[in-house]
Design a binder for this molecule. Structure first.
Ligand code: BGP
Length: 480
């Protein structure tokens, strides 16, 4: 295993773990919860997009229905997180626990109570909750009855949801994020991802790009309203964006490759431009013009975007990509997905290219561009873990991954001066994979005994990485 002395992070640095409600809570119908988009997505296979069903159909597998039963087991789980040394815990609030259909006037008290109790348990254990409002789990009713985020009415519904959460939890939760990986909508046009990110179900002849731009715009306005509302309620609240940071490098130094990589970065990160800088970049306005896209943006929207810029940039970091120019085709959105393997990098079993230096690169890139504090709210290594005969899980590969990434993170902070609020590795307790619906794609430092079909004792077992991270946190990042 690697050993290298890291830098010590400041005393108030947040060391945590990150999850999302639908990937671990289970109890999909408890306490008056409504049906979310995650509830109608079946389990998938490795690297296969998940299937969205019209309703919950008997005989199909819906792994989000059971998660890892965190809904019932959280009191003990939080204690285990405290034993690990976490001082923060990122989770999301399932919108459907608070507004089961999304468009009600009044919230569901049982849902609010659940989160109040969960956050209280965190605080009792010295753990500060960090909350994402919408993490791939919007009410399915808003998809079916309103067409998802293409519809401006959702701005009102989301604002109401955000207000209720800020009012109820502002004494317990300081750091918030609005939409998880908001920029992931650019990358995918398959039904699973369009639904997961923006609640879009499109007919074959609909222009996905135009729909995606409108949906993203409405989310930007909703997010900016949420920032404003949070600050009205409590000026201590910090509301962040959440972008998926996957740097895209030019495969070679050929100018055409470099230009293509630059444009791929522009397409992926214009979301951050809007949320951090309060306006759309020029190249995108030109792009809409050329394609004759009519995106409904009012003057009031523009003002809202300017007034509701985020307080910090939350981001996930798993991998980087490379790209190369080909032919004369127009660059940008479709081509932003036109990615090639980087011959200098290795991959996980799911094909994600492992690039610790890319984390430092991405942090510097965002710092130069958006000038906001940052918060690494996801980073991790999905792997097949083995429960061995000694009843343990030995995961040196995960320790190596974290070692290398945390070291680069520390360099970005100490050597490059990036302001970083904290670090919450993804799925520090095993949970359901968002992209595949599998349980066997494990990220945790805590093993959960359960298979892809929901069979297992649900017993929690500390992996080797648990003890390693415990030691890292105890030394504030110096002992890697
Ligand atoms: C991010 C999501 C998470 C999470 C993670 C790992 O995109 O915000 O919800 O699941 O990636 O991805 P996966 O579970 O598909 O391996």
């Amino acid at each position: 295993m690697k050993q290298m002395q890291g830098y010590q992070m400041p005393k108030d640095f947040l060391w945590g773990g990150a999850v999302a409600a639908h990937q671990l809570e289970g109890a999909w119908q408890a306490g008056g919860k409504g049906i979310s988009i995650a509830d109608v997505m079946t389990g998938g296979d490795k690297n296969q997009a998940r299937v969205v069903t019209e309703t919950v159909e008997p005989g199909k597998i819906y792994p989000n229905h059971w998660g890892i039963d965190f809904y019932h087991q959280y009191p003990q789980d939080i204690k285990l997180f405290a034993e690990m040394g976490l001082n923060c815990f990122r989770t999301s609030i399932a919108w459907t626990r608070i507004f089961p259909n999304g468009d009600e006037e009044e919230p569901n008290e049982a849902g609010l109570q659940f989160y109040e109790d969960l956050f209280a348990q965190c605080l009792r254990n010295g753990i500060q909750p960090v909350v994402t409002l919408s993490h791939f789990e919007m009410p399915y009713h808003l998809v079916k009855a309103y067409g998802g985020w293409q519809n401006r009415q959702l701005i009102t519904f989301f604002e109401r949801f955000a207000r209720v959460c800020f009012e109820r939890f502002h004494h317990q939760v300081k750091y918030w994020m609005t939409f998880n990986e908001i920029n992931n909508q650019t990358n995918w046009r398959d039904p699973h991802h369009l639904l997961q990110n923006s609640g879009l179900i499109l007919a074959d002849d609909e222009n996905w790009e135009e729909a995606m731009f409108q949906a993203a715009h409405n989310e930007f306005v909703a997010s900016a309203r949420a920032v404003q509302v949070a600050h009205e309620i409590d000026d201590q609240l910090q509301v962040g964006a959440m972008v998926a940071m996957c740097p895209i490098y030019p495969l070679t130094s050929k100018p055409a490759d470099v230009l293509k990589a630059q444009r791929a970065m522009q397409t992926r990160y214009y979301y951050g431009d809007v949320q951090a800088l309060g306006q759309y970049p020029q190249w995108l306005l030109k792009y809409w013009q050329r394609h004759d896209y009519k995106i409904e943006i009012s003057e009031a929207d523009r003002q809202t975007l300017r007034a509701g810029t985020v307080d910090y940039i939350g981001f996930s970091y798993y991998m980087s990509f490379a790209t190369q120019a080909g032919g004369e085709q127009e660059l940008f959105f479709d081509e932003a997905r036109d990615l090639v393997d980087n011959p200098h990098l290795e991959k996980t079993d799911w094909g994600w290219q492992i690039d610790p230096v890319g984390l430092r690169y991405g942090m510097n890139w965002m710092n130069d561009r958006w000038h906001k504090p940052q918060f690494i709210v996801e980073n991790g290594f999905g792997a097949y873990d083995q429960l061995t005969a000694d009843g343990q899980v030995h995961d040196p590969y995960r320790i190596d991954y974290f070692h290398d990434h945390i070291l680069q993170m520390e360099k970005a902070v100490v050597e490059d001066g990036v302001e970083l609020i904290g670090y919450t590795p993804w799925g520090h307790i095993d949970l359901i994979s968002a992209s595949t619906g599998e349980m066997k794609k494990r990220y945790g430092m805590i093993y959960v005994d359960q298979d892809d079909h929901g069979n297992g004792s649900l017993k929690r077992i500390r992996k080797d990485s648990f003890y390693w991270y415990q030691k890292v946190i105890a030394s504030r990042g110096a002992d890697l």
